[in-house]
Design a protein around this ligand. Structure first.
Ligand SMILES: [Zn+2]
Length: 104
């Protein structure tokens, strides 16, 4: 049985974008030193298309893989968003491949 409260993976087209090229509610973005992918920190309360919910106001998004994860506080979201291997399965696999390919 699937749990409807679990975050789903979004396709890029599902993500609320603004005309200026930023995501609705975007707070920060940078290229992760860990994986090289661009990650974005978003306040879901800024736009109801994010479907904000209690305990999940703050969103981290991997732009490359479209993986969206919800966090209960800004502090927690900020502490994890630079490490997409923790919350994006595709980034985790990429990192594992890279580390496996480096000898010693
Ligand atoms: Zn990713």
């Amino acid at each position: 049985m699937s749990d409807p409260t679990l975050p789903k993976e979004l396709l890029p087209d599902d993500v609320p974008m603004q005309d200026d090229g930023y995501y609705a509610g975007e707070k920060e973005r940078h290229r992760s030193r860990e994986t090289g992918t661009v990650v974005v920190l978003i306040d879901a309360q800024a736009d109801r298309r994010w479907n904000p919910r209690p305990g999940g106001r703050w969103i981290t998004l991997c732009r490359e893989h479209g993986r969206l994860t919800r966090w209960p506080s800004l502090g927690i979201a900020r502490s994890w968003y630079a490490y997409p291997s923790i919350w994006c399965g595709a980034c985790d696999q990429r990192l594992a491949r890279r580390e496996g390919s480096v000898p010693g």
